[in-house]
Structures are given as structure tokens and as C-alpha cells.
Ligand binder design. Structure first.
Ligand code: SAM
Length: 278
């Protein structure tokens, strides 16, 4: 297995990227943005960084800033920018508005227009012709089960060994990301190290030795699967059901990962131990 290098300046690069990102409207917290930047910087092989769901560019700018600093290829950003997802309706965004102009303007202001390959399209349409290897697949588009499943199935077979897949909102009240993450990632021996950072569910693709991480993934799957029936109806939770959701979610380990921990987490088979903190 190739060594995963964590660049010595990564923390300051993440600080600077977050400064460029923090005022952009969107749904990404600082912890999550820093995780994205770290995953993008340290995925060990050549390949594209692919974002499904860009909205106004918050995560795209984070990824693009990091990619620019480390001389990586432009990131691929896929979004029809027509606000048809149930998630955005839940956030009460005007259904007839479009995020496209604001997205392009955000890229310009951040100075990363040339670091983003923009696809104003549905992920399915891009997936059908996609052939490039992927080092980091960031899924933040349609949060229905069918949507998240189609995104995973459409792109995950292009992830290079040791590349990363991450789902936003796996620990928020949406049916898709958590179910696909549990059923297709945590229960698959093709994946190795895995965890949660705030609402992001992430895993490393390890087709050769992912089985050695089985115990850790199985533990995460056991605690996380309890959320699936609570969110499957894709309706806001209230009362007892909401309390039940929060209680179960609180049992799922999640914490920020510092860049200095990241290489050890990804390369160590000891990460299979349920006791480990990440
Ligand atoms: C939660 S927002 C993305 C937030 C963004 N990553 C950020 O950092 O602010 C979800 C986005 O997914 C897009 N979307 C919904 N269905 C999609 C699909 N099938 N393919 C690509 N994007 C989709 C929506 O248009 C919306 O802009």
C-alpha cells in the first residue's frame, strides 16, 4: 500500500481555505469543511475530486482552494442548480430560484474559477459517461434513498484503491445518506477505515484488505443502522420520534480528525478496534 502523505503545511492551508469559505451560504460546518480539505489533500493516488451537489459553492470552494494549493487537477462539481431536492425544500429555499449564477460568482470571488470543472447537470447524466478515476467522491446531492443510492452506484466503482468516499448529512434527518452509508459502505469489505465527522459519513476504499477493518465498520453499522427506520419517511421528526433519533445519534462516535491523525487512521489495520476514538 502506498504511504499516505500528510503535507506539513496542511493545517495552515485548511485555515486559509476556511477563511475563504466561511461566509458563503450553505450547509457545511467548519469541522466538515476541514475534513473535506484534508481528505482532498491526502487521498494517495491520482484521480479526480468529484462533488455531487454544489449549491452556492461552499464545499466546492473548500475543495478547490486545497486542490489549487497542492497542484491537483480542478475539482469536478455536478449540480443542476434547480433546487428540486427534497432537502432544499425542507430548508425553505424558493422553489423557482436557481443557485447557478451565485455559484459561478462565488467561484470568481474566491479566485478558483479555473479550479472547478462545472457541470450544470444531474449526477445520473454525468455518471452514465463517466470514465475517470476518482480519488475523493463527495456526495451531497439528492438526499432521498434513491438519489444517494444512484450517486453511490453511479460513481463509486471509479474510486481508486485508498481513495475516499464521503456522504454529507449522514447524521441529519434524511433517508438516503445514512442508509447507503450503512448498507453499501460500512457493510462492505471493500472499504477499510471509516467514521463520522459531524454529519459526514466517510470511508476509505480498500478493496484488497478492507476485511481487516470489518470489526470497526460492523460496530459503526450496528449503531448507525438504528437511524434508518426513523428517517425513511423523509419527513421532519417531532416529539418522541425526534427524541429517539437524537438518543440513537448520540450513541454514534464522531469527532474531528486532525491532519496528524489522518495518515495513521488510514494506514493502520488496528483502526479496526471499536475502542479507537475516531
Ligand atoms: C445540500 S445542497 C449542496 C450543498 C453544498 N455542497 C454546499 O457546500 O453548500 C444539495 C445540492 O444538490 C443538488 N442536487 C439535487 N439533486 C441532484 C442530482 N441528482 N445531481 C446533482 N446535484 C443534485 C441541489 O441542486 C443542491 O444544490
Amino acid at each position: 500500500m502506498a504511504m499516505i502523505e500528510v503535507p506539513p503545511d496542511l493545517n495552515s492551508v485548511l485555515d486559509a481555505a476556511w477563511e475563504a469559505v466561511r461566509e458563503i451560504p450553505g450547509f457545511l460546518l467548519e469541522q466538515e469543511a476541514r475534513f473535506l480539505g484534508m481528505a482532498a489533500a491526502c487521498a494517495p493516488r491520482a484521480g479526480s475530486i468529484v462533488e455531487i451537489g454544489s449549491f452556492k459553492g461552499k464545499s466546492a470552494v473548500m475543495l478547490a482552494k486545497v486542490a489549487a494549493h497542492y497542484g491537483l487537477d480542478p475539482i469536478v462539481a455536478i449540480d443542476p442548480h434547480n433546487f428540486n431536492s427534497s432537502e432544499l425544500k425542507a430548508h425553505r429555499v424558493a422553489p423557482d430560484a436557481s443557485s447557478y449564477e451565485e455559484f459561478l460568482n462565488t467561484l470568481r470571488v474566491a479566485g478558483v474559477s479555473d479550479m472547478v470543472e462545472v457541470h450544470r447537470a444531474y449526477s445520473n447524466d454525468i455518471a452514465s459517461d463517466w470514465s475517470r478515476p476518482i480519488r475523493f467522491l463527495w456526495i451531497d446531492g439528492d438526499h432521498s434513498y434513491q438519489g444517494a443510492k444512484a450517486d453511490f452506484d453511479g460513481f463509486s466503482h471509479h474510486i481508486v484503491p485508498e481513495g475516499i468516499v464521503a456522504f454529507h448529512d449522514a447524521l441529519h434527518e434524511f433517508p438516503g445518506p445514512i442508509r447507503v452509508f450503512v448498507e453499501d459502505v460500512l457493510r462492505s469489505d471493500a472499504f477499510g477505515a471509516a467514521g463520522f465527522v459531524h454529519s459526514i459519513g466517510w470511508a476509505q476504499f480498500r478493496p484488497r484488505d478492507g476485511a481487516s477493518f470489518h470489526e470497526r465498520r460492523a460496530f459503526l453499522a450496528r449503531v448507525a443502522k438504528r437511524l434508518i427506520p426513523l428517517v425513511e419517511e423523509d419527513r421532519p421528526l417531532h416529539g418522541l420520534k425526534k427524541a429517539h433519533y437524537k438518543l440513537n445519534r448520540a450513541r454514534i462516535p464522531r469527532s474531528q480528525i486532525e491532519p496528524r491523525e489522518w495518515a495513521a487512521i488510514l494506514k493502520s489495520v488496528q483502526a479496526a478496534s471499536p475502542g479507537i476514538r475516531f
